[in-house]
Design a protein. Structure first.
Length: 228
């Protein structure tokens, strides 16, 4: 096969890949990707709760578990009462995790501004474990993604990225999504390229970064930047 043939096949493959990613983007959009970031954070939050549950058995643990069971059903108000009570007089671990559950309930209940305020309070509370503070920072940023400008998102997330936090990959992805949403293609390309260049980037996040770069390459702004 000649070099010319190989170049042609590569160009066709790239066009097909970009078209496939664009269809996925048109169908699911930026919010599905943000939800994927939050899902990772949610799993980590559950693992944190599970670890604390093993260390702190007893009445508080039973109440917390009860509230988790009730929060998605008709007794959601009762769950909130239990979480509120644990925030007031529960052991430190359950007090913190109950604050997370209340913030999540605010977001799910249609009050994202209150949820952001709750997560921001957790992120700035030095008595909270660093991992959970990072989790709160990420959750607040994800809730602000559809409204905040890139400057705000960078202010929220840059600390996680610079510090090499356990959340740094998810933080960089959210920052890239913010740049894309605000049509700052050079900044978006920078963030997603950094994810692909880092060998430690998780596979599923790497795949999403590859998808976003394929979309960015096809935008008029990116094409004009490349031409320069």
């Amino acid at each position: 096969m000649s070099d010319r043939d190989r170049d042609f096949i590569r160009e066709v493959d790239e066009a097909v890949r970009q078209d496939r990613y664009k269809k996925l983007w048109d169908q699911y959009g930026i919010y599905a990707l943000a939800a994927a970031v939050v899902l990772v954070a949610g799993v980590a939050g559950y693992k944190g709760w599970n670890s604390w549950q093993e260390r702190k058995s007893g009445e508080a643990g039973a109440k917390f578990t009860q509230a988790l069971t009730l929060q998605d059903g008709p007794d959601a108000a009762k769950a909130k009462e239990i979480f509120d009570q644990l925030v007031k007089d529960g052991p430190e671990g359950y007090r913190t995790l109950s604050r997370f559950q209340l913030a999540a309930s605010e977001a799910k209940g249609g009050d994202p501004d209150k949820a952001v305020a709750d997560y921001d309070a957790l992120a700035s509370d030095m008595s909270v474990d660093d991992i959970l503070r990072g989790h709160a920072t990420l959750q607040a940023a994800a809730l602000r993604l559809d409204k905040a400008d890139y400057t705000e998102m960078e202010k929220r997330l840059k600390g996680l990225i610079d510090a090499g936090s356990a959340w740094s990959f998810s933080a960089r992805e959210l920052l890239g999504l913010s740049a894309y949403r605000t049509n700052d293609m050079p900044a978006a390309e920078k963030q997603f390229s950094a994810l692909l260049a880092d060998q430690a980037t998780p596979p599923n996040l790497r795949e999403r970064a590859d998808m976003m770069l394929a979309l960015i390459v096809g935008t008029p702004q990116a094409l004009s930047t490349t031409a320069k």
